[in-house]
Write a protein that binds this ligand. Sequence first.
Ligand code: IMP
Length: 511
Amino acid sequence: MATILADTSRTFSEYLLIPRLTSKNQQVEAVDLSVPLSAVEKNQTPRFRVNIPIVSACMQSVSGTNLSIALARQGGLSMVFCSQPIDSQVEMVRQVKTHKAGFVQSTSNTTADTRLADVVETMQRSGHSTIPVTSDGTASGKLVGIITDQDFWEFEDDLENLVRDHMTAMGNVIHGSEGITLREANRLLHQHKKDCLPILDKSGNLTALVFKKDYVDHQRHPLELLDESKRLCVGAAINTHDYRERVPALIAAGADTLCFDSSDGFTEYQKEGISWIRENFGAEVVIGGGNVVSAEGFDYLVEPGGVDFVKVGMGGGSICITREQKGVGRGQASALLDVAERRDRYFEETGRYIPLCSDGGLANDTQIVIALAMGADFVMMGRYFAMTEESPTPKTAINGQMYKPYWGEGTHRAQNWQRYSDEMSSRKMMFEEGVDAYVPLVGPLSEVLETTLYKLRSTMVNVGADNLSAFRERAILTLVSEQSVVEAGTSNVFQFSRNRELPDGDWGGGS
Ligand code: IMP
């Protein structure tokens, strides 16, 4: 007969943290959110850390180039998805690694002979208010001027007019020369009171733009995750099918961590993959494994020569229907508590600390906090990032509200059969384990993350912790009854501010 576990499968929303003594010298702003992402021996320094405990999911509708850049700039790490040809994944990693902070390639350009009406359309579509005017309308053409939304009035000027009659022509455009440092570029912006500085090569061709808003953003978010050569860090997902070709290419492109992307990582296939990478690339490469939902799965992946971090979770993702379809999985809180307890014992026994990642099913900021209190070193999220400006999908208006498409890797759309099957024989998906959906657009990643991180720091101070390891040590959690969930909301009051589509404290829709 089957074994029946004594505990119920529980989720994060069933728990609350008990506040503990906060000392007078604890400041929310001073809380350290950095965590190790690589296995670390007792009293040693980890080979790789992230500055905030948040990574983005290995998903087509989440971890593209722009999101990877935006998240690394905030101190987190993106895992570029592997459900794409090796070449295109490598190109995404390469673009992040070669991204020169502050210097961006212009994605909206025009020519002097374009009608203003077309420029208005470009500005609306892209959200950009400054458009370079180049000889051929490309991002690398000869710069002939700059047109901004200050150069014409959409409802006063004749939109049949040409760009050349309204733009600031080249003679009056303040610009920098290729090779200029970011510091010098920002000095020019400051000196000339400009919002945008085009950078030109010796022949006058446009090579990049530098924006004042990026400078301001950087000053506000100094946690950028950089490697030793000051390049942004990025992770890359891998699968158990083509790692022999994919891993060497990703490492050559500069990926900072590798992460097996599998719905069930408790397999001999994954073990073989890990061993192959260790044999060919040594102990230095940072490898994540999973997903597992039990202490037994954890033990299997961390055996000597095993992974650096373990991803926990099955069936909790917002777009996930695995539990319905196959009857496997585990409540995310129960899975994490079981694995975290084993991880802590493993540390006592071996002196080797293995970071844990809680993957999927986080519906709001509170649940991130609970996951970190329960023993996760960091969390992986899909929906959270799919909702931001920087996710790779197009904005879509539905009934006057802006949305972004978000689909699971187990959908026919993603065709990620490698994530759901280890056998080479089943190269197609017989049934779906995810859904194809929309999520509300919530704005730029930096703004959404700022609130999340502030709340996290603030809860840590309630518990008297000024770093995440102290937070785990000090955390005392209690199970909540249904009645106390009701009590946690407001009662018998009418709040105008809450009468809106996205409830306060939730990233939209719930999951
Ligand atoms: P979310 O943050 O709740 O949206 O969950 C994201 C996580 O769901 C990912 O990191 C994956 O572990 C998992 N996932 C991605 N695609 C699918 C799918 O199609 N079915 C089941 N789980 C998925």
